[in-house]
Every structure is written in structure tokens, then in C-alpha cells.
Design a protein around this ligand. Structure first.
Ligand SMILES: Nc1ncnc2c1ncn2[C@@H]1O[C@H](COP(=O)(O)OP(=O)(O)OP(=O)(O)O)[C@@H](O)[C@H]1O
Length: 331
């Protein structure tokens, strides 16, 4: 891929944020899909919007791309207002939409050349095909591509004008694990070459691997914004001890029996918080060894028979659960 030439087009200084999102609001009837969202994206970072389905990620992205009109607020990309200066914004951004409908009968090379013809400046096609691992598919019709290849083609199309900022809306949804990892490598490669990337995802592992900073969204609002590590360390517990209690599996959390078990768990050494997630109990701790030994003793002394005991590090999913009481998946 060539050196970016979009820097010269920017109205912003080098240290200025590349994107400013200032109080964006979008309403659909009674629903406020995006509710006073504000953040800044720095030059060269991968910035993630992470949240469950319906959190407002796509609507926020589309307002940043100038594709959707906000009811209030503004988005500025490279200093250009996406509502008032859309032509200039289009010159500095590349957009991969959640579902790109491509012309099935065209060949990969043909569609890339067609997109390139829309711009005054475009990057050479051959290196772009190589970067997206599509070189061998150059003469294949789009209808014969796999899901991962289609996504990579959609990204290639978004890169054809060598944009300063690349927007990726849920780039790996529906892909198999191998195809997801290939796409992650591509995103990291683009970042290493200095692209600013804004992506949305509902996969916390993806956000953790790819993003320098994550804007956690829920029900249209920003609920946290920081680096993945700082978001996790805000939990004040770096580990989680999980197990099932088969004898209490059918017993609701509100019952006295279950309430007593939850109280005992809360008093286990080092435990900061206790969650019940269907049949799983989760003890969040910052002192795993002490918690593990004490829990085994407490369970033994109180006749709590546990199964499938396991330990793990805290994740962004835990951050989301702490802030909303729901998991990213079930929201
Ligand atoms: N054109 C529309 N008309 C009415 N409601 C809409 C429209 N577009 C989005 N919504 C609603 O706005 C909310 C936010 O949707 P949005 O697509 O931005 O969420 P998301 O976080 O991107 O989720 P997903 O991953 O499912 O796309 C949802 O409740 C959605 O149903």
C-alpha cells in the first residue's frame, strides 16, 4: 500500500484529533437511538465502538460518515463538518458498510477499477489486492467469493481513494474464526501504516485485540471510554472464579437458600463482587489464590457442592456486565 497522501488535505493540525463527535443525537419516533454521544478520535489510532445489538453503533458511524443526518450535534472529520462539507469529508474517508451489496457478476479486479475511476486520486490496484489477500481472486466473479473474501473486498473498495480515516462497521460479523483472524491482521497492518480506523463490533475479544481505545455503548449512550486495559482495571478485580452449584440450579436468585449462598460467596476472601449468570456463579477477585482456597473451605463448611470450577482473567464483557447488569450477548 502507498504512503498516505490524505494528510495534505486535512484542515486539522498534526496533534489535533482527526475526528470530533460533539453531542450527536438521533431519534426514531419515541426511540433515542443515539443520545448525546461525544468523543474524539486521535490520528493513527484504532478506535472501537463496542456494544450489543441495537446500542447505536451503526447509527453513530453513519452520522460520522455523513450518511445519516443527526437530530442534534455534529461530527467533524479532519476538521470538516459531515453535514456542511460532505464533499470534502468523502475525500478523506473510506467506508465499509455492515452489508455491502456488490455487483455479483463483476470480477474482483473490475469492481476495484470501477471504484478507482470515481476518484481523482486512487491507489494502484495490484498492491491493494495483495494487501487484502485477494490477488488470486482478481479474475473471479464476486458471486464466487467466500464471506471473508467479500469482506476483504469491501475493505479494499473503502481503501481505493487512500483515505485518511477508514470506517469498518462490524467487519467480522458472520465470519468463521480463521477469516476473522485474517481480517484482524489486515486491520493491524493498516494501523501500522498510519491509518486512523474507527470500527464497530459486538465482539469483546475483537475490540480488545484491535482497539487502542474503546467507546463502550449501550442503549444509545456512551457508558465508558478508555483503553481496553484501563477499562478492565476499572473493575478493581483482575480475575474471575466461576463455578456451578448443581443443587441450586433450578432455584431462583431471590430464594432464601440462594440468597444465603450468594451472601457467603460475597464474604470469601478477596471477593469484590458476585454475579449469577444463569447457572454460573462468578466471584470477581483481585487475589485469586486467597479466593480460591477460601471458597473451597467455605463451600465445604456450608454444604455447597460446586462443579466445573474454573478461573480466568477479567474481560471487557465483565466491564459491560458491571455497568449494565447484562452481558454483551444477551442485551
Ligand atoms: N431507520 C431506522 N428506523 C427506526 N429505528 C431504527 C432505524 N435504524 C436503527 N434503528 C434503531 O436504532 C437503534 C440503534 O440501532 P443501530 O443499528 O445503530 O445499533 P447497533 O449498535 O449498530 O446494532 P447492530 O449491531 O444490530 O447494528 C436500534 O434500536 C434500531 O432498531
Amino acid at each position: 500500500m502507498n504512503e498516505t497522501r490524505s494528510g495534505a488535505q486535512s484542515r486539522s493540525d498534526k496533534d489535533e484529533p482527526v475526528i470530533r463527535v460533539v453531542g450527536l443525537v438521533k431519534r426514531y419516533g419515541a426511540l433515542t437511538a443515539v443520545d448525546d454521544v461525544r468523543f474524539e478520535v486521535r490520528r493513527g489510532e484504532v478506535f472501537g465502538l463496542l456494544g450489543p445489538n441495537g446500542a447505536g453503533k451503526t447509527t453513530t458511524l453513519e452520522m460520522m460518515e455523513g450518511l445519516r443526518r443527526p437530530d442534534a450535534g455534529a461530527a467533524l472529520v479532519a476538521g470538516f463538518d459531515t453535514q456542511k462539507e460532505l464533499k470534502k469529508v468523502k475525500q478523506v474517508i473510506g467506508v465499509q458498510l455492515q452489508s455491502t451489496s456488490l455487483f455479483d457478476m463483476l470480477k474482483v479486479g473490475e469492481i476495484l477499477r470501477m471504484y478507482a475511476s470515481f476518484y481523482r486520486y486512487s491507489v494502484p490496484i495490484q498492491p491493494l489486492l495483495q494487501d487484502m489477500i485477494l490477488e488470486e481472486k482478481k479474475n473471479d466473479r464476486i458471486k464466487h467469493l467466500s464471506g471473508g473474501q467479500r469482506q476483504r473486498l469491501a475493505i479494499a473498495l473503502a481503501l481505493v481513494n487512500d483515505p485518511m480515516v477508514l470506517f469498518l462497521d462490524e467487519p467480522t460479523t458472520g465470519l468463521d474464526p480463521q477469516a476473522r483472524r485474517t481480517l484482524w491482521d489486515i486491520v493491524l497492518k493498516l494501523k501500522a501504516r498510519g491509518k486512523t480506523i474507527v470500527l464497530s463490533t459486538h465482539y469483546m475479544d475483537e475490540a480488545h485485540v484491535l482497539c487502542d481505545r474503546i467507546c463502550l455503548m449501550d442503549r444509545g449512550k456512551v457508558i465508558a471510554l478508555d483503553t481496553p486495559d484501563k477499562l478492565i482495571s476499572s473493575l478493581q478485580s483482575d480475575g474471575a472464579l466461576e463455578f456451578r452449584l448443581p443443587l441450586l440450579e433450578a432455584v431462583p436468585s431471590e430464594s432464601p437458600e440462594c440468597g444465603e449462598a450468594l451472601r457467603l460467596m460475597g464474604e470469601v476472601s478477596g471477593v469484590k463482587r458476585v454475579e449469577r449468570n444463569n447457572e454460573w456463579y462468578v466471584l470477581y477477585t483481585e487475589r485469586m489464590q486467597a479466593t480460591l482456597t477460601d471458597w473451597i473451605a467455605v463451600a465445604g463448611a456450608n454444604g455447597l457442592v460446586f462443579a466445573d470450577l474454573r478461573t480466568r482473567s477479567a474481560t471487557l464483557e465483565d466491564v459491560f456486565i458491571q455497568m449494565t447488569g447484562r452481558s454483551l450477548r444477551e442485551s
